[in-house]
Design a protein around this ligand. Sequence first.
Ligand code: APR
Length: 271
Amino acid sequence: MTIRGDSSATGVNADATAAAARVRGWLAGARRCLVLTGAGMSAESGIAPFRGGDQALWARFDPARLATPEAFAADPDLVWAWYLWRMAGVRAALPHAGHRALAALAGGHPHLQLVTQNVDDLHERAGSAGVVHLHGELFALRCAACAAPAALPALPAAGQAPALRQPPPRCRRCGGAVRPGVVWFGEALPAPAWQAAEAAARSCDLVLVVGTSGLVHPAAALPAIARRHGARVVEINPSPTALSGAADLCWRATAAQALPLLTDASAKPGG
Ligand code: APR
């Protein structure tokens, strides 16, 4: 995956009531729907996104030292300690109403494919099944040398001051260093995940893009692929992004505010 573009584009904004009504109508009429989520989806669960504001991860930490295969080779103890800290944070986090709304939406829409760039498991814990993880899964540890799966070690308590360095566990098969199951910068996405996501983009009528800056490729290309194949694109994000200009509708709201308004329950009179 690589970074491309900027976040300066603006799209067609809509207020919450109008946006919710319009998107519910589009959802009802869509034969196939793709939902693409990014780090903003998890923000209201207390997991900091990578970009946007001084609390964002890549404003506080250097991705070149933490999120590349070269960084892990150069300083595995630093990288492993950082991922232990992140794993502990994710373990302590809970899915929010937006995660639950997406699981409910899929229940009522047999052809809704949820594709996430997030490496946490909040969609699954909210009840979503068949989630495509484009950037891997934090807890799917494997050996950096032989790719054998590895067991999760004890995690530090969330909120505990993180260790700056911690040696990664060793692979039980070959003795190599164990790494997190994420896709780092410069690495290829897992082929089955990308193929599933691209197929969903080509065949859907509607894309909901939730909480992504749209700067990291190839994931950020999915809405444009869908659009070229005739789909409508809706962006749900409190801020403009690199994808806003190509959206049919930009709904300036957070994931937990907007997504519950799309479920059947909220569509009922008085709901
Ligand atoms: N609800 C919806 N969107 C939000 C919220 C929220 N509560 N809070 C923040 N956002 C938006 C921000 O405005 C921003 O556009 O979420 C987006 C987060 O952007 P990034 O942090 O860049 O996340 P993402 O696009 O998922 O990053 C892609 O970059 O470092 C890599 O591998 C990492 O998967 C990640 C990839």
